[in-house]
Design a protein around this ligand. Sequence first.
Ligand code: SAM
Length: 228
Amino acid sequence: EKRFRVEALTDTIEMDGPEVQHMRVLRLKAGDEIHLFDGTGWEARARIEDLDAFTVTMIVLERFQNDLELPQPVTLALALLKGDKLADVVRACTELGVSRFQLIKTQYADVPDLGDNKLVRLRRIAEEASKQSRRAVVPEVLAPISLKQLPSVPLGFVAHPGTQDTVLSKLSWDGQVWFATGPEGGFSASEVELLKQKNFTPVTLGKRILRAETAPVALLGAVVSTGV
Ligand code: SAM
């Protein structure tokens, strides 16, 4: 069944744009029932009232909350990476349930900053990946900030080679959870100190050194292996 994204799940929804073209390609017509989602976790069953070349009018029949989300919102603080690696991480970690990406500038990163076009592209990738895995939440991708600007978090974990603690031994779902992974050159000692002050516990991802784009997937993989 095809799902369509709408801005808000009001009782009656009028919409134009590419989704309307898509509906026409699928030969949907007045009277057909469709599935809508708003990007914040709500979904609805709706009926098409009217569909012309440019506009569709839909009536919401039933709203429900999508239950595919992790027990609490998870933010990944992700160091900037070169080329398409960020896109790969955003795609995979959206599938794994991350609800927000906070890009971070770090000392040993290969790239100092990220252009607006790239940010827009990452947001589109998050939207596509979210649809793909049938989530109703489209993760936000927040423009890069420095580590200093990162807030103190209620519960956080930073993947750092050479540590002993494991994420699963310390993870709880009492509130929002943050994860952080470094750039190809890793986090500096002072960056790890700063993260610790902000409540991030250093954790291991095994004895081998993982590439910067593999580490977040391994970290989230450990989390979802618990069945959440
Ligand atoms: N030369 C760097 C170092 O020793 O810290 C290697 C950095 S690694 C290529 C990139 C990032 O992946 C790290 O900053 C860390 O967040 C994560 N990472 C890679 N392997 C890891 C491991 N075995 N345990 C924990 N984190 C790891």
